[in-house]
Structures are given as C-alpha cells and as structure tokens.
Write a protein that binds this ligand. Structure first.
Ligand SMILES: [Zn+2]
Length: 301
C-alpha cells in the first residue's frame, strides 16, 4: 500500500457499481451491508465487499480524501466500488475502527503489523492511535519484546519503545532466535538497543573493580599481615559478567550469589595463614552492594 502522495490516484479502480461487480454476487460483510452506504470497498480479489459512507472515509483517511477530491469524468453515480488490494480482515479492522464500531481483540502481531502498514498507507491516524494503545496491553504486550521494540521504533513511539527495551533485557541479544526481529530494525535503533545491553554489563564490570570491592591483586591480611589472594573474587566477578551477557536484566544474579559454586567458594575463602583464617569477604555486605550496583544500572538510553 502506498501513501496517497506517492500514488497516481487516477490509476485506481473507482467504478460505478453496475460495471464491474456483476459476477461477484452480494458477498457483503454482514456489518457493512447497510444500503444507505454510498461507497463500496472491495477487498483483495473481491472476496468481501464493504458498504460504507464516503463521508466516513473522507473524514478519517487522507488517502480517500485525496481520492475523492479528484475531478470526476464522467460524473459519478451515487454508488461506486473501489477495488483495494488489502485482505478482508485488514479492511474489516480499519473500517470498524474508523466507524466507531467494536472490533475483535488484536491478538496477533502479524495482524497488528499489517494494520499499521495499511493505516499508514491510507493515512488513517485513528487506527494508528488505537493500535498504539493496544500494543502496551495484553495480549500484544506479551509478545516477543524484540519485535515489539522494532514496531515502536518504526513508528517513532518512544515511550512504548522504552518499555520493550527494558523487556529485551531478559534475553541475550546475540542469540540467533532474535535475529529476524533485529533485522527489521533501522541501524540506529539496533545500535541503540545493543548499547543498552552492553552498557549495563560494562558499567557493572567497572563498578565491581571499584571500592568497596577488592582489586583482585595480591594483598596483605589486615589481621595477621600474611599474604592473601583474591582469586575467588576474580572468578565470581567473571561469572557475574557472563550472567549479564545472558540476561542483562541482572535479576538472576541475586540467586546465583547464593548458589553458584564460584559464590560459595568466595563466601568460605579465608586467610591461609595458620591460626588466622579470617574470612576474606563480608558476605551480607557484598550481597547488598552488588544488588545496589545492579539496581542502579540504567534500563534505557
Ligand atoms: Zn590473616
């Protein structure tokens, strides 16, 4: 579907009813068959006909407004058929939306995308707005967040895009299963999303090298002045960063710090000097500060 500005409207099929639909029978959609309607829209291959009012089309669609403003030669009859290339489901949704009629729940992302594409082509701001509202509530909001982010980015819906950016953080962006959704993104939208994922991991990595965390280099025990090694912390840090790659949200790290072998090794590490055996890490405080660091990471850009 092209927008009206791109389209040579004179090539569009607008024909008096009698001249073309004789062979199609009366396959009107039951909710769009009122004989008072002065305009008939035919879906792709004329599978379903929709009788509606030119006034509704003119006032809700820039495309039809342009089409109806074209000079008519010969003068139009009272009733005309416009042959469109859209599937009947798409036309039904759009016509219901612009006519203020109830419509079935939008539960398919494929359908939502087809509708957006058609509404954009027909320059129908109403349906675009309705679909925008629908994508942030179930069932659409529960669909693949990468695909939802792609839709928001395509239509410039910033606030909704932030919601889905956050939801992508529960996934590893480098996993092959997300490739198709990521391919739909513009380069700038893709770079933006990748930056959010990477920045969370890198910020946490840097934060875990700063005080109060130990540096990881050999040090001296504050209790016995014997030499101590912090290799258990280095290994735990590595594990935390790997987990951030897999799930940049970081929420699984809290449980990991209680269960991972690398974490358990840290919590039982002690000074090797006989008779000292001071525990090297303060577990409750370390858990608290790591959680604080993760909670402070930015969820969007
Ligand atoms: Zn010691």
């Amino acid at each position: 579907m092209q927008s009206a500005s791109d389209l040579n409207l004179s090539e569009y099929d607008i024909l008096p009813k009698d001249s073309k639909d004789a062979g199609y029978g009366d396959n009107y959609h039951p909710d769009f068959s009122n004989p008072e309607g002065d305009m008939i829209l035919a879906s792709k291959d004329c599978r379903v006909m929709f009788r509606t009012h030119s006034f509704i089309l003119k006032t809700t669609s820039g495309f039809f407004r342009s089409m109806f403003s074209l000079p008519k030669s010969p003068p139009r009859k009272a009733e005309e058929v416009i042959y469109l290339n859209d599937d009947e489901k798409v036309l039904e949704y759009l016509l219901r939306m612009v006519s203020g009629m109830p419509f079935p729940p939008l539960d398919s992302l494929d359908m939502a995308e087809q509708l957006l594409h058609a509404a954009e082509g027909y320059e129908m701001p109403g349906p675009l707005h309705i679909i925008r509202l629908s994508i942030t509530s179930p069932p659409l909001s529960e669909k693949d967040p990468f695909r939802m982010y792609a839709i928001c980015s395509r239509y410039g819906w910033e606030e909704e895009g932030k919601v889905y950016t956050m939801r992508t953080l529960a996934y590893n962006i480098h996993e092959g299963e997300h490739r198709r959704s990521l391919e739909r993104l513009s380069t700038s939208a893709l770079l933006k999303l990748m930056a959010v994922h990477r920045t969370r991991r890198e910020t946490l990595r840097q934060r875990l090298d700063d005080p109060p965390f130990v540096s990881g280099k050999p040090a001296v025990c504050v209790q016995c002045t014997g030499l101590i090694e912090y290799h258990t912390w280095r290994e735990l840090k590595y594990k935390i960063i790997l987990e951030m790659d897999n799930r940049p949200l970081g929420d699984t790290i809290y449980q990991g710090l209680l269960e991972w072998p690398e974490a358990k090794a840290c919590w039982r590490a002690s000074c090797p000097t006989p008779g000292c055996q001071r525990l090297l890490y303060d577990k409750p405080e370390t858990l608290r500060v790591i959680r604080e660091c993760i909670d402070n990471l930015s969820l969007t850009i």
